[in-house]
Ligand binder design. Sequence first.
Ligand code: ADP
Ligand code: MG
Length: 367
Amino acid sequence: MVNRQSTNRLEVKLTKQYSEQSGFSLDVDLHIAHTGVTALFGPSGSGKTTFLRCVAGLERSPQGTINLNNEIWQSRDFWLPTHQRPIGYVFQEASLFPHLTADENLQFAIKRANKSHAIITYDEVIALMNIEPILSQYPQQLSGGERQRVAIARALLIQPQLLLMDEPLAGLDDVLKQEILPYLEQLCRRCRIPILYVSHSLDEVIRLADYMVVLNKGKVVEQGETQNLLGTLGTSFSKYQDASVLISGTVEKQESQWTLSWMNFGSQHIVFKQGNEQLGDTVRLRVQSKDVSLSLSKHNDSSILNKLSVVVDDMEEDQQDPSMVMVRVLAESTPILARITSLSAHNLKLKKGQSLIAQIKSVAVLS
Ligand code: ADP
Ligand code: MG
């Protein structure tokens, strides 16, 4: 009988110790929606790769259980071998066959693909990763970024039900990272294949992930929708000096005269510098807490364009720097963090439920 509660879910329960002496043990019991992009985020050595390798069946967790949409990959007395798991795997270093051209590498994946579950076509993959011009080249003729795009294309052509990506940008320098990030953004926004994306870079995670699972020393310490988690006090994120939130909405207006776009969310809007976005597009903006100030009234004599009506929800003193507090305000239901001085919080007599104006000095457009 189908258990409805566990359809469209990835359920992973794992324990893993490499050795008694190492001091590291992975102990994770994770139930996540099998949709969109889930980031596994955490510092180096926190067990991200171990987790991914166990999901792929490249590593054994003797007591582990893994279920994807009611299909058992691993249980106490069953083990589905890696090659039978419907996964695509992208490693930190692109692992293409050196004696095959880019296209021959892709054809190899197509032969292995799950024909009954075709999710994405060859043409779609080529267009998504923009690799048409380099198909006849051998891996050693390609740049690191191009190799990684071919490796991602190859993983997609397996027609996986789950794409596992282990720090796919970590081996690239900053210039190449910036070159490949837009492809990853496109992949994450447009592709119908759920992705588990491992990274220790908060910047990448903020750009790409809908849901975040934070690992530390082999344990899940925080998890939630990226937007909510980033806007919650008491998390590891709210303690970063550059703590930020994500605000997403729709482009409602553009004024070329000022090269500005207006993004609406709820009944409010944020103005930002016009880029490639079009009217009607969904955009995600990153707002850093240090760029948000709070005031009791809407001054019309300031140069700041973005003034949102908000309500104070919560406050947290900075443990490292008692002169500062982080204030969580809500613009309707959207959380925004403002890092202000404790003196300002005192002068404004901030308290939960108080109505204020949040002035936002600058925003970064993510996608
Ligand atoms: P992350 O990907 O988050 O950096 P890893 O999963 O690679 O973390 O590693 C978690 C811990 O397990 C680290 O302490 C690492 O040294 C150890 N480890 C990883 N792989 C092995 C292995 N094959 N044998 C022994 N210890 C390992
Ligand atoms: Mg790793």
